[in-house]
Every structure is written in structure tokens, then in C-alpha cells.
Ligand binder design. Structure first.
Ligand SMILES: [Zn+2]
Length: 221
């Protein structure tokens, strides 16, 4: 015959099976009484929470546990969300300080000559064929470095921008800004024409970065 199960008997000197099963964590507070602490040590949250659940099923404790659980689950995601919004990358449209728009717009606009080598010589910009008198716009905020006439370029405007960028607008019929002027992106800085060495009416547009000519095409929206 099997003996009466002793395992269910409370241990000697204990307060009952529940108390013997659940022992407080070392350092969790009330070891002297042998009762479960309701104030778990920092960082040792899981086990005391379970103990509390088993011992005390009052609504208050249940609500506290639920609140803890919600905070535990939500806080990291909320924090991540805030960080994500805080580090949101630059919007798709480039900064006003960087050349990022067409210097001329017209329904009959066409690129009559791209950037690159042409008859063995580097064409340092793109030619945008537009009718004479089309407004030419500064493609970024900046300051006019030069406004005048140069051989080959004709009437031209050179604008310095942030980040080492410089833009050039050539073959103008009329210049509308002077050296030293602060200009805003989109501001009309002249009217297109065919001054200088131009076979037809167009705007010769250049982008230089740190003094080196770059293909303007990638900077056009
Ligand atoms: Zn050109």
C-alpha cells in the first residue's frame, strides 16, 4: 500500500503550502517573515509578479499587474516611435540651400545639349532651349558672386550656395541681380537670350561643387 502522500502536508513551522512554495527572492525585502514581498527588487520583476498573482487575486493587484504589463509592452514601442519620428530623414524635396529645381520652365523646354564631352571639349553644363525672354530662376538660396558679361558665356550670373555649390546661368538677354545680392530659391535672376557664343536661344546652366563642374541632370527634379 502506498503511504499517505506527505507532499501535501505543510512543512513544519511553515504557514501553509502556499507560503512554503513561494519564497521571497534574496534581497527582495521581508526574508525575516518568510512572506512574499509585494515590492520586488528592481530588475527582478517577473518572479514576484507571478507570486503576487498566485497569492493575491484582488482587483487592485490585478489592475496593477495589468498596468505594469501594458507599460512594459508599450514603453519600448512608444520610445522607438518617438525616436523614429525624431530621426525622420530629410523630405524627398531637397533643401532650398541645395540646387534642386529647373532654372527655367516652359512648355517648349527641351535639353538641347547635355553635360559632357562635345567635339573633344567638356561642355560644363546643360543647355535648356527656351524662347528668348523666359525668366531664369536661382535654383537655391545663395548670394550672387558675379553678374556681368564674359566671353563665350555672354550675359551671365554666378551664384554661390551653401555646401560648396555654385550655379551658373549664361547666354542671358538681361540680368536682374547684381554681385553681392542675396537671392532666394526660385527668384528670377534674369531673362534668357542668346548672348555670347550661342547658336540659338537657350540657357546654359552649370552646377559646380567645390570648384568642379558636375552634371546638373541629377539635381533636376
Ligand atoms: Zn551650354
Amino acid at each position: 500500500m502506498m503511504p499517505i502522500r506527505n507532499s501535501v502536508k505543510p512543512r513544519q513551522g511553515s504557514r501553509g503550502i502556499q507560503d512554503t512554495e513561494v519564497r521571497p527572492l534574496k534581497g527582495s525585502g521581508t526574508e525575516a517573515t518568510g512572506r512574499t514581498s509585494h515590492h520586488p527588487a528592481p530588475g527582478l520583476g517577473a518572479l514576484p509578479i507571478l507570486c503576487e498573482w498566485r497569492h493575491d487575486t484582488s482587483h487592485v493587484v490585478a489592475f496593477t499587474l495589468f498596468a505594469r504589463l501594458v507599460l512594459l509592452l508599450l514603453l519600448p514601442s512608444l520610445t522607438c516611435g518617438c525616436l523614429t519620428f525624431g530621426r525622420r530623414p530629410e523630405p524627398a524635396s531637397p533643401s532650398r540651400r541645395v540646387p534642386g529645381m529647373w532654372p527655367v520652365t516652359h512648355e517648349r523646354l527641351r535639353v538641347s545639349s547635355p553635360f559632357g564631352y562635345r567635339n573633344g571639349r567638356l561642355h560644363k553644363g546643360i543647355d535648356l532651349a527656351v524662347p528668348v525672354g523666359t525668366p531664369a530662376h536661382a535654383t537655391a538660396d545663395g548670394r550672387v558672386r558675379f553678374s556681368g558679361r564674359q566671353r563665350g558665356y555672354g550675359e551671365m550670373v554666378i551664384i554661390d550656395h551653401a555646401g560648396g555649390f555654385t550655379t551658373v546661368y549664361a547666354h542671358l538677354r538681361k540680368r536682374l541681380v547684381n554681385a553681392g545680392d542675396a537671392v532666394a530659391r526660385g527668384q528670377t535672376i534674369g531673362l534668357t537670350g542668346r548672348s555670347g557664343n550661342a547658336t540659338g536661344p537657350h540657357l546654359h546652366y552649370e552646377i559646380r561643387r567645390d570648384g568642379r563642374s558636375e552634371d546638373p541632370a541629377p539635381y533636376l527634379p
